[in-house]
Design a protein around this ligand. Structure first.
Ligand code: AMP
Length: 216
């Protein structure tokens, strides 16, 4: 029997996948694997991968499937995924979902759950326009819904908070278009595996509804 907990957090940009991913990861003691975070770090560190993906991230476009699939393939080889893991921001195309099926087969993973974070477009624009990220540790705040204790400073490490390059209104609209065109079809691919949660409301309440679904 499979004893791993495997969760796929699915939803539009700004739906809270990252925030909840970090919380659930701590609660369950399994890693939160976010392809966006991995690539932003690579860009910041100017690695080979970073150079390849920088332009896509800056423009709010999807990075080519083969690059992202390889990132996940490498990441799932690490020891810390033994108890399970949370995927956030992957898969984002049907092609990526197919590749993930193949990987799961190799890793003998039969059971996994797709949690769909449902949020209306208007809320997304507001949430993302208020989002501030720590330049150093990546902690995320929201000036409207979850501000830092000191304006523009990270509660965890004291570093400056910035607006992500792709969080401007114009780029968010582009990312939402990309989501609707390329990513939403992934929901059909998973159909019966999908559990929908209303991701509007207080962070703690959403966490509890996720925990309930996982326990069931
Ligand atoms: P996120 O932090 O999940 O909003 O991702 C930020 C950006 O990283 C996206 O707009 C894409 O440019 C890129 N990205 C992250 N995950 C993927 C993925 N699975 N496939 C393609 N591009 C991705």
């Amino acid at each position: 029997m499979q004893d791993k907990i495997v969760l796929i957090f699915f939803g539009p940009p700004g739906s809270g996948k990252g925030t909840q991913g970090k919380i659930i990861s701590q609660r369950l003691g399994i890693p939160h694997i976010a392809t966006g975070d991995i690539m932003r770090e690579a860009v910041a560190n100017e690695t080979e991968l970073g150079k390849k993906v920088k332009d896509y991230l800056g423009r709010g476009l999807l990075v080519p499937d083969e690059i992202v699939i390889q990132i996940i393939e490498e990441r799932l080889k690490r020891d810390d995924v033994k108890k399970g893991f949370i995927l956030d921001g992957f898969p984002r195309t049907v092609e990526q979902a197919r590749a993930l099926e193949g990987l799961f087969k190799k890793l003998s993973i039969q059971n996994y759950m797709v949690l769909y974070f449902d949020v209306p477009d208007e809320d997304i624009i507001k949430r993302i326009s208020g989002r501030r990220s720590c330049v150093k540790c990546g902690s995320v705040y929201n000036v409207f819904f979850g501000p830092p204790k000191t304006p523009n400073k990270c509660d965890s490490c004291g570093s400056d908070l910035i607006v992500r390059e792709d969080d401007t209104e114009e780029k968010v609209k582009k990312r939402l278009d990309v989501y609707k065109q390329s990513t939403l079809p992934v929901l059909d691919f998973y159909s019966s595996k999908v559990k929908k949660i209303s991701a509007v409301g207080k962070i703690e309440e959403i966490t509890e509804s996720i925990v309930k679904i996982i326990q069931n």
